[in-house]
Design a protein around this ligand. Sequence first.
Ligand code: HEC
Ligand code: HEC
Ligand code: HEC
Ligand code: HEC
Ligand code: HEC
Length: 243
Amino acid sequence: MENRGLSSIRIKLSQAVIVLLDRLTSYYSELISHPFQSGLIYFVAGLIPALLLGWILFPMALYSEQHQPLNFSHVTHTDPDILDVLEGTEGQERCLYCHGFRGDGTFVGIPGLEKCMECHDDPELPWGESPEEERFLNTYVANKREVPWLVYSKQPDNVYFTHIAHVKMGEQECETCHGDHAQRDEVPTFKRNRLSGYSINIWGKNIAGFKRNTWDSMKMDDCADCHTKNGKEENNACFVCHK
Ligand code: HEC
Ligand code: HEC
Ligand code: HEC
Ligand code: HEC
Ligand code: HEC
């Protein structure tokens, strides 16, 4: 229901934009034929600061910000010198210790508290001195409460995506789709687009859709572009991604 609601809002928005453009064009052609009389000068003088403000304010207004419940460091948790269970592992293997596949091929995703408690089992006995670990132990481990992580790359429910097809069969690197997340010491701020409801990781940092990196956005076209590049066009039929 929510998705259908969003699509109809999008359609209404684009209709509104078309009507607005239509009015502007007719207004403009009138202005150009009688510049002073009709106030073209004032119009242009007002337009420039409005555009500048729009460029700065609109992106700020477009996203709502939320913070992760905890600061989890991937730098600490992927270092074999700190986590000796990772000794002898390399690259993706390191990630699979937490983000692995179950026997039936489904992806674990963000690991649950049970995984963390393989090490953080005693709330009274921290490994280090960080206040963040103390907060984690007191709030979550002591109360056996799951950490309510926000998922940056969460797609709408009507999109079908499997990690095993991409990581094992398709041999794609985590980084190609997720960027440098695993090299970070601090979790990024979660930004949700107020119009689409998606996170900035899906809709991208700019409205025009320019991409510098493969992971800058993960919309329908981004999925399809990579399938085409990999000679897997058969996956670009609607029913493959929308079951
Ligand atoms: C000790 C467990 C652990 C290991 C090892 C680990 N991660 Fe994570 N990962 C987490 C936790 C907890 C989160 C949730 C917090 C966050 O977003 O950083 C997470 C979140 C993520 C996310 C964010 C997904 C999203 O869309 O919100 C990505 C991407 C990720 N991990 C990639 C990796 C990669 C790549 C590696 C290997 C280099 C790796 N992780 C190793 C525990 C781990
Ligand atoms: C294999 C052992 C191991 C596992 C599993 C593990 N941790 Fe840790 N964690 C550590 C160690 C060791 C430190 C201490 C690092 C330091 O301060 O020197 C730590 C530190 C932390 C900290 C302090 C800040 C930081 O990230 O360095 C937080 C928060 C934390 N862990 C949360 C988690 C969560 C949440 C999970 C489960 C997704 C988890 N840990 C899984 C070993 C582990
Ligand atoms: C082809 C692109 C792609 C690759 C490669 C990829 N991911 Fe993802 N990842 C996604 C997408 C898309 C989602 C959101 C899935 C959804 O919402 O159904 C996601 C979601 C996640 C999540 C959050 C899952 C959740 O909802 O709890 C984690 C954690 C994650 N990926 C880690 C990894 C790791 C680790 C690797 C490498 C082993 C990896 N990803 C490889 C595209 C990718
Ligand atoms: C970085 C490249 C890349 C990106 C980005 C990517 N894919 Fe794929 N995808 C592949 C490859 C390669 C395969 C073929 C895997 C195989 O069967 O060898 C594939 C296969 C699939 C399949 C068929 C496998 C199955 O389980 O039936 C689906 C569905 C799919 N992708 C959905 C998505 C969606 C949805 C997105 C975007 C959110 C996405 N993909 C983004 C590379 C990518
Ligand atoms: C390669 C995977 C892929 C294919 C193929 C694909 N889609 Fe999508 N679709 C997505 C993803 C990912 C999203 C969510 C991100 C976005 O809005 O771009 C999406 C979103 C949508 C939405 C918006 C739903 C919403 O929640 O706002 C509609 C409608 C849609 N797709 C229809 C189609 C139709 C019709 C086709 C066939 C012509 C198609 N899709 C083919 C991946 C795909």
